[in-house]
Design a protein around this ligand. Structure first.
Ligand SMILES: [Zn+2]
Length: 166
């Protein structure tokens, strides 16, 4: 089992069991990482309070069949929107270091949600609705990676978290 230390931005945290969480991290060294952590919600846990969304945190990870956060120390908080963090969470490649994304996140560089999509290869400029093939897209579905026109967006009943308005 490999162990390593890296700086990360915490993108999102999901509780999967009472004392187990799934955490989406964007790391300086290895790009997007999905890791599990135990006991985040326990006051007595050494991880508690260090792995909140938007936190800039130094973590120690153990990589085996799964990746686990075993140590964490918050160093700061970044100023990005939840939507931007969601875009990165859904579209960035796992274990793919990306110095440009890291630089934008950390140095508070301005980039629109549309430009984030284009960065990941989804340019909305000449796109049409991926469902009906005709409509002019007004949104992008982060889960399915498709552009949607108003009619198809309504029909799919997606939550706001999963959509980027363009
Ligand atoms: Zn459509």
């Amino acid at each position: 089992m490999a162990e390593f230390i890296t700086k990360v931005v915490v993108l999102e945290k999901e509780t999967i069991k009472e004392y187990e969480s799934l955490i989406y991290l964007f790391s300086e060294d290895k790009g997007l990482i999905l890791a599990k952590a135990r006991g985040i919600k326990k006051i007595t846990s050494k991880l508690a309070g260090h792995l909140e969304t938007k936190f800039l945190t130094l973590v120690r990870l153990v990589e085996g069949r799964e990746t686990w956060v075993v140590d964490a120390l918050q160093e700061g908080e970044i100023k990005r929107s939840f939507k931007e963090l969601n875009i990165i969470r859904f579209l960035a490649g796992r274990w793919q270091r990306d110095d440009e994304i890291w630089d934008i996140l950390i140095n508070n560089k301005k980039i629109s949600e549309k430009d984030w999509l284009a960065y990941f290869g989804f340019n909305s400029e000449f796109a049409s609705c991926d469902i009906c093939g005709r409509g002019v897209p007004v949104s992008f579905d982060l889960r399915e990676h498709i552009f949607l026109c108003p009619g198809c967006q309504v029909a799919l009943k997606l939550s706001n978290d999963e959509l980027v308005l363009i």
